[in-house]
Ligand binder design. Structure first.
Ligand code: ATP
Length: 273
């Protein structure tokens, strides 16, 4: 797994203000920030804070960013792992990885444990024993995850966040009260959010005019784009300007980048429909 110190690690200092749009999602995770800052205070009041949340939504819309921002704002370590890292493991290694992750989390509490693409490890169990009579490797891994999540209830100061775009295939045990009973939707950005995301990413680019003179038009040109697509547009535009040996990025570079990426997002929406 990866351990990121919020202030020195990679992606350091991703703050709520860097995450454009997602107003409601930010409000929902704010409670975790306050809890991580002073778990004892909550404990002394007898308040039970949800131990975690599932961030649901399509790829590239800010789930990982938001989870990292919670860690930065609370100034706690961020331990992350991708669900696919738990699978394709044999001889109980997947379950051992889960144990290690939580062991480290207990050592570093208060902290955040984040599992990206949890569907890779958390898909519905078949309920059928395998040929050898034992449950399969991936079921063992999922069982271990459930055990660790339940064990977490006795330890203060660990917030568990996970993301998926396939909530429909998750094992129901993961969604029971006390586990991921709280769901936060992080969907494709709407018009206004796209404008804000453009402004955020255009800030880092040498533009001919200020970002807000382009962002409105760009947001109209990009329905269906994710935040990651928008970041890509901005970078493509800068690359285009560089290839053409310009000193500043201009409107044409941005429009060229949008056109280039529209092809890709159209293909994706056909694949989804
Ligand atoms: P995945 O499911 O593929 O892991 P994700 O939802 O976790 O996707 P992120 O990794 O958070 O997506 O976002 C990818 C990149 O897209 C970010 O690093 C950032 O550059 C950009 N991005 C996405 N959403 C936003 C946003 N709301 N504001 C600013 N930038 C964004």
């Amino acid at each position: 797994f990866t351990l990121v110190d919020p202030l020195t690690g990679p992606g350091k200092g991703v703050r709520f203000s860097d995450v454009a749009g997602l107003r409601e999602a930010k409000q929902e995770v704010m409670e975790f920030v306050d809890y991580l800052k002073r778990p004892e205070h909550y404990k002394s009041l007898g308040a039970k804070v949800p131990r975690g949340a599932l961030l649901l939504g399509p790829p590239g819309c800010g789930k990982t960013m938001l989870a990292k921002a919670v860690a930065t704002e609370a100034n706690v370590p961020f331990l992350s792992m991708n669900g696919s890292e738990f699978i394709e493991m044999i001889g109980g290694l997947g379950a051992a990885r889960v144990r290690d992750l939580f062991k480290e989390g207990r050592k570093r509490a208060p902290c955040i444990i984040y599992i990206d693409e949890i569907d890779a490890v958390g898909r519905k169990r078949s309920g059928q024993p395998s040929l050898a009579g034992t449950s399969g490797e991936s079921e063992q891994t999922l069982n271990q995850l459930l055990v660790e999540m339940d064990g977490m209830a006795t330890k203060e100061g660990i917030v568990m966040l996970a993301s998926t775009n396939r909530a429909d295939i998750l094992d129901r045990a993961l969604l029971r009260p006390g586990r991921f009973d709280r769901h936060i939707l992080i969907d494709y950005p709407d018009l206004e959010e796209r404008k804000q995301i453009f402004e955020q990413h255009l800030k880092g680019i040498a533009l001919e005019n200020p970002p807000n003179s382009y962002s409105k038009r760009l947001s109209f040109l990009t329905p269906g784009f994710s935040g990651a697509d928008i970041a890509n547009v901005c970078n493509e535009a800068a690359l285009h300007a560089a290839r053409e040996k310009k000193k500043k990025v201009v409107k044409i570079d941005l429009e060229y980048a949008v056109e280039r990426l529209v092809g890709g997002t159209e293909k994706r929406s056909h694949a989804m429909s």
